[in-house]
Write a protein that binds this ligand. Structure first.
Ligand code: GLN
Ligand code: ZN
Length: 766
């Protein structure tokens, strides 16, 4: 029998129940016991969904209160001393690691959080010290959750992050020098202990994720697989059977690692992303090993094309025999929303094109049934599936001749500004009369509950458009009053009208559809509801001019217009999988170009086009594919911004400061000002800007907006002096790391006041 398998299930629940519970706990509104109970309720519900769908291999330990990598940091007692020394209870220590803690005399910032591969999920980066030790935590979470499932009648396969990936995805503590991967021999015994404990608890199999196998690996990381998995294989029947899971790429370039898994049961590969790796992987497998075929997309919402999947399954079955294949999701389903059944407002035509997590687990089961019993056994499902595929291919939405025509007429001159930066800046300086160390913010101000209430009322038709607009204007007025009081130099309108930086635009563009409940976890309790690109994209009308124009009209200082760039619109949406992403990016760029020009026409002379998703779109491996991506990504940004006069200042924003790998692309964007995250990163990362003689302006963040902690003025000054080691004073802007929507005004006001005083201090020194 061909088994079906799911690599992980989303944690939030149908109505983002987990978000609500965790946030209530943080706000002291529910007890820790209540939060724990809610976690349990969700785990049981999610196991039941999978069991009812007929999935054979159901994951456990895929649940997390914040992030699965963070779970492993505690599981292996790899909590840095500054947190461990606080002697908090386990869950509070966990949240302190995740979000920092400023309470009852304790003041620790959060651990660094970074993107999970090329997704919009974020994980907490393990951080290792020179005297690092590891030990298995008491009451180990994978064992506890396995037992919990078992007690409820679910036989699950625990998911753990493998030792090589855990170390390779980590970093060295500030002030230490240990190479994370050199800690392997200390870490492996803890895995051995964990695997034995799982076996003793009754687990027959485990899924060990080693996703770093899709990267280009340093030799020492690559070499670590052999000793790690020899030690695990040596356990024989003292450990559960092991499936090594890889996803988000191919492993062909690391295929020589596969023999290190010779003593293990199975290997999982992502055949949605890289179906072409199948042949190579099959050849590398040992004679008795099983291959888990990741054919149901864990990263996108399209209904599986059964015909296509069955062709892949068939060729694998022919090579290996049916008893050596498993049908699986390509990755964890963490990256897709919970269920399509919650969507009541989707156009009927497109509804049938989608599958979310609940629907995908059924697809996996159906495909496994077809593989076991033949396609006749699922005839009705196959027919319905073929109808849906055809409806999409033939739809008007996916074939807009006007958009295609405009796209075909793009010429290279549309990518370039009129003059070089020096000429532009001279004009901008007089036009905007900016001081040294100009202060600004990244766009959004607190999204208060009042804003959400009014937006909800408007969406439900309980207030009129005029009433809603008046409310938005009053919010803008307030944001401007605060900026006046604070003495900022370049203002923003605060984005009160925006539910989300991509969704907002998606709702105003043709070619998109949006959902009501399709949330996916971004970090911790934060979820995003990506719109879906279903067809060719165009802009029926201006999208942001009304609010920006109003804001400019009531403001004494330059008002910064705020747009989301083409790559971010693409990456933070569910993209089409029927046309290349570069085509979608260029369609978006043309729509945004019109918006940029319209803003300028309406008196907005500073325009920020956010591209935080540029880096996560980078193909995971360097080389040709990466260069090709950067080429079209940069061109789409330039196409969207280059339509303005020299005296109009183009800003862009990135939520990180690690540009080393693709600095040439950042420079090629030719943005007049870049604001970037830096408060939680090393100021040394800014060195690349002098090394490469970067001429344009940069605002590295001095305020970590991810936590409620208020940065003291002295700390900000300290950061600015560090930055001045790498940047020229006339190049430096002073701003927070990112938008302030998740903060409260009580936090934002003092934090920005400190920021402005710190900037003034340096201004006076010059
Ligand atoms: N302008 C956006 C904001 O301030 C930028 C958000 C982001 O970079 N993620 O909210
Ligand atoms: Zn940001």
């Amino acid at each position: 029998m061909v088994q079906s398998s799911v690599l992980g299930f989303p944690r939030m629940g149908v109505l983002r129940d987990l978000k609500k519970a965790t946030e209530a706990y943080w706000a002291d509104k529910i007890t820790q016991e209540a939060l724990i109970a809610e976690g349990k309720r969700l785990r049981l519900a999610h196991w039941k969904i999978q069991k009812d769908a007929g999935v054979d291999i159901i994951p456990s330990n895929d649940f997390s209160f914040y992030d699965q990598v963070l779970d492993h940091i505690q599981l292996f007692s790899a909590v840095p001393e500054r947190y461990a020394s606080q002697k908090l209870n386990i869950l509070d220590e966990y949240f302190a690691l995740a979000r920092g803690r400023q309470k009852a005399g304790v003041d620790v910032p959060s651990m660094e959080m970074v993107k999970w591969f090329d997704s919009n999920y974020h994980y907490t980066k393990p951080s290792f010290s020179d005297s690092q030790t590891f030990a298995l935590a008491q009451d180990a979470k994978p064992v506890r959750e396995f037992l919990e499932a078992k007690e409820a009648g679910f036989i699950t396969r625990p998911v753990i992050l493998g030792p090589v990936s855990f170390l390779a995805l980590g970093k060295t503590e500030r002030g230490h020098s240990v190479e994370p991967i050199s800690l392997l021999s200390k870490l492996v015994p803890v895995y051995v202990e964990l695997l034995k404990a799982l076996k003793a608890a009754g687990a027959d199999s485990v899924q060990i994720d080693e996703p770093v196998l899709v990267f280009d690996l340093k030799p020492e990381v690559k070499a670590a697989f052999k000793p790690a998995y020899e030690a695990i294989s040596a356990l024989g029947s003292a450990a559960p059977q092991v499936t090594i899971a890889t996803y988000f790429g191919d492993i062909v370039h690391n295929i020589d690692v596969v023999p290190a898994f010779a003593g293990l049961n199975a290997l999982h590969v992502d055949l949605v992303r890289n179906p072409e790796q199948l042949e190579t992987v099959i050849k590398a497998l040992g004679p008795n090993q099983t291959l888990s075929l990741g054919v149901v997309d864990g990263r996108n919402i399209w209904k599986n094309d059964f015909q296509k999947s069955l062709a892949i399954i068939d060729s694998a079955a022919q090579a290996l025999g049916k008893d050596r294949i498993v049908i699986a999701t390509s990755s964890s389903l963490l990256h897709v929303p919970h269920t399509l059944a919650s969507e009541k407002k989707l156009p009927e035509e497109v509804y049938q094109w989608f599958s979310f997590a609940v629907e995908k687990v059924k697809e996996v089961a159906t495909l496994a049934k077809a593989a076991t019993e033949g396609s006749e056994s699922v005839k009705a499902e196959l027919e319905a599936n073929a109808v849906a595929q055809k409806s999409r291919a033939d739809s008007k939405r996916t074939n807009n001749p006007e958009v295609k025509e405009r796209l075909s007429k793009i010429t290279p001159d549309l990518y370039n500004r009129k003059s070089a930066f020096e000429t532009r800046y001279a004009k901008q300086r007089t036009h905007l009369s900016l001081p040294l160390f100009p202060t600004t913010t990244i766009g959004s101000f607190p999204q208060t509950s009042e804003i959400r209430i009014q937006r909800n009322k408007f969406t439900k038709g309980e207030i009129t458009e005029e009433e809603y607009d008046a409310f938005i204007r009053s919010e803008i007025d307030y944001a401007i009053k605060i900026q006046d009081e604070l003495g900022l130099d370049v203002y923003v309108h605060g984005e009160p009208e925006r539910n989300d930086m991509v969704q907002y635009f998606g709702e105003r563009l043709e070619g998109y559809v949006f959902t009501t409940h399709a949330w996916v976890q971004s970090y911790g309790s934060r979820c995003v509801r990506p719109p879906i690109i279903v067809g060719d994209i165009s802009r029926p009308a201006p999208m942001t001019v009304k609010e920006s124009k109003y804001a400019a009209s009531v403001s004494k200082k330059p008002m910064k217009g705020m747009l989301t760039g083409p790559i971010t619109c693409l990456r933070w949406s569910f993209p089409r999988n029927d046309v290349h992403q570069s085509v979608q990016a260029m369609q978006l760029a043309l729509a945004l170009r019109d918006e940029v020009v319209d803003l300028e026409k309406n008196g907005i002379y500073v325009i920020q086009v956010d591209e935080p998703a540029l880096r996560e779109g980078l193909p995971l491996r360097s080389g040709k594919e990466r260069e090709a991506y950067l080429d079209w990504a940069v061109n789409s940004f330039k196409l969207s911004t280059a339509g303005v006069e020299d005296s109009t200042q183009i800003h862009s924003h990135f939520c990180y400061s690690e540009f080393q790998d693709f600095f040439h692309a950042i420079a090629a964007l030719d943005a007049d000002v870049l604001s970037i995250e830096n408060s939680r990163s090393d100021a040394k990362l800014l060195k690349v800007f002098i090394d490469e003689a970067y001429p344009r302006h940069i605002g590295p963040g001095v305020y970590d907006i991810h936590t409620s902690r208020i940065p003291p003025e002295e700390e900000i000054k300290q950061r600015i002096s560090e930055m001045l080691q790498y940047l020229r004073p006339e190049q430096l802007w002073v701003n927070p790391d990112c938008g302030l929507k998740t903060r409260t005004w009580e936090q934002v006001k003092p934090a920005l006041a400190n920021l402005v005083s710190a900037a003034k201090y340096f201004r006076e020194q010059q």
